[in-house]
Design a protein around this ligand. Structure first.
Ligand code: HEC
Length: 297
């Protein structure tokens, strides 16, 4: 690689971090946190454990069978003892422990099936985002905050007013929402432009999950532009540090992506082998051409 190309690549990488999802009209959400490597078996195993222990209480994954976990280098015994409810057989699909009717009554909505969630997830708050579904899913799982006005006691930055409680609260600790509204006041923030600039700067500088929203209000018949920045601030620590929790979510989403498409790693592998094969044939063809033309010249 030339240095110029390298410089270009690193500039691109810099531009993409942190990724900010821009929504058409809705808020922009800042995605923080790491992602895990698809081929990292230990990460997938940790993700599987989190998934089975914390998600299957309410959700099912009807296209996922327990014996798929054998591909993650887990033995039958390990799966049966650590990852399965006693009544399930290894060939069974991952069913929810919860009756959908009860769920609807308790949470106001039935928990959706999670089989392909990592490939299909879109959140209302970031619709139109160019982020991959898995990234938005990770942001959703990191986006819970305490909200006493909600029946569950929780709300979510990425999926506002969602019926799901923060089930990983013990691990993450508790976040609370800090909302700052920037409005032109004729003094420090003379114009809407100033207010927007200040809000944007605060949004970009934020180190935690945050959202930026432009809100238009009518006040005394006049239009008022509000620029709102919402950030999450940790108030009670969990059993994990924020960095550990970040990695846990990366593992969980990694596993959910794997569940959504277990053969992806294999497909990529085959693709790479094919590229090498094609390169080899190209080399052979060039060599042959040279050999043939040697006698002509
Ligand atoms: C206590 C029950 C419960 C548990 C445990 C639970 N969920 Fe949920 N989840 C729900 C309910 C209820 C909804 C639907 C809420 C709604 O539509 O308002 C939901 C919705 C979702 C959604 C869709 C969100 C959206 O924006 O529409 C995702 C993704 C999700 N859950 C992932 C998970 C994952 C991953 C876990 C494990 C870490 C998990 N859930 C654990 C109850 C639960």
């Amino acid at each position: 690689m030339t240095t110029k190309f390298k410089a270009l690549l690193s500039a691109l990488a810099f531009l993409m971090l942190p990724a900010i999802a821009s929504a058409s009209g809705g808020p922009e959400v800042k995605f923080v946190g790491v992602t895990a490597d698809r081929t990292d078996i230990a990460s997938l195993q940790r993700g599987a454990r989190l998934f089975v222990n914390h998600c299957l209480n309410c959700h099912g994954a009807q296209y996922m069978r327990y014996n798929r976990l054998l591909d993650l280098q887990l033995t039958e015994d390990q799966i049966k003892q650590n990852l399965m409810f006693a009544s399930d057989k290894l060939g069974d699909t991952m069913k929810s422990a919860l009756n959908p009717k009860d769920a609807k009554e308790w949470f106001g909505a039935a928990p959706p099936d999670l089989s392909v969630m990592a490939r299909s997830y879109t959140a209302a708050a970031v619709s139109g985002s160019s982020e991959a579904p898995a990234a938005v899913l990770a942001a959703y799982l990191r986006g819970f905050y305490q909200d006493d006005s909600r029946e569950t006691g929780w709300n979510n930055l990425v999926s506002p007013n969602i019926g799901m409680p923060h089930v990983l609260n013990e691990l993450s600790g508790t976040n609370k929402l800090v909302e700052t509204v920037y409005v032109a006041d004729g003094k420090e923030l003379k114009t809407d432009h100033d207010a927007e600039g200040k809000a944007k700067a605060a949004f970009i500088a934020s180190q935690t999950m945050s959202a930026f929203e432009h809100h238009v209000d009518k006040k005394d018949g006049k239009i008022e532009n509000k620029y709102i920045v919402r950030t999450l601030v940790n108030t009670t620590p969990g059993s994990m540090t924020p960095v550990q929790f970040d990695i846990a979510i990366a593992d969980l989403v990694n596993f959910m992506e794997y569940v959504a498409e277990p053969n992806k790693a294999k497909r990529i592998q085959i693709g790479i082998i094919m590229m090498f094969l094609l390169a080899f044939f190209l080399g052979a063809a060039i060599w042959l051409k040279k050999e043939f033309w040697k006698d002509v010249h």
